[in-house]
Write a protein of this length. Structure first.
Length: 213
């Protein structure tokens, strides 16, 4: 639309606004204007939803990128650290998730188990917080005996950074903070993760067993 036409339209609207409303209509218009101003805008809605979630979620999980995991590994020097990378879009991940909890309960302070959710895919209109409504109930179901992190970077970025191509994925770090196992398979805890952790925590016993066989 050309600027000249725009000016004429704006002038007509101005004249109508001054002469075209009755007193009752003006009162109604003023009330509507006040009501609209009191309503949150669409742009504020995600922030308000995030703030509403914060008090309940703060003790259950935290948001972060892979550097948060690296800090946890360093902070738990002397322990075996197990990182389970999962998503609510991955059925095998959710089926295996209780094994992570069981592993922590079995070995106690000797290990540190962490879940790292990668639901965030960077889709249009998606934010790292978009899937909290799906993630939070699942985590609540399994409790806070392990530490939960929800990724603030996309799943593809995590795949590239870790050199993995799919999930379920479980990373195991030894007591010196070195990545020693990268397990990319279903039913991983029974077949690989639990036996590996047992061997790392009891190297003498396992050596004795192999000598006897």
């Amino acid at each position: 639309m050309h600027k000249r036409h725009t000016f004429h339209i704006l002038f007509a609207l101005l004249v109508f606004g001054v002469t075209g409303c009755t007193e009752d209509e003006q009162f109604l218009e003023d009330n509507i204007r006040v009501d609209v101003q009191e309503q949150p805008s669409d742009s504020d809605a995600p922030q308000q939803r995030a703030s509403n979630l914060a008090p309940n979620d703060a003790t259950l999980f935290r948001m972060g990128d892979w550097s948060v995991v690296e800090q946890l590994v360093k902070a738990n020097s002397g322990k075996v650290v197990v990182i389970d990378i999962w998503s609510t879009y991955c059925a095998p991940c959710m089926q295996e998730f209780p094994r992570l909890i069981e592993l922590q309960e079995k070995h106690g302070d000797a290990i540190k188990c962490v879940s790292f959710n990668i639901n965030y895919a960077g889709l249009p209109d998606q934010t790292p917080e978009s899937d909290i409504e799906f993630i939070e109930p699942f985590l609540k179901k399994h409790g806070d005996s392990v530490e939960h992190i929800v990724s603030t970077v996309t799943d593809e970025a995590i795949y590239e950074e870790l050199g993995i191509y799919a999930i379920p994925a479980v990373l195991i770090y030894d007591t010196e903070g070195t990545l020693v196992h990268k397990v990319l398979e279903e039913n991983a805890y029974e077949s690989t993760v639990s036996p590996s952790v047992n061997k790392m925590l009891n190297p003498t016993n396992n050596q004795g067993e192999s000598d006897e066989s």
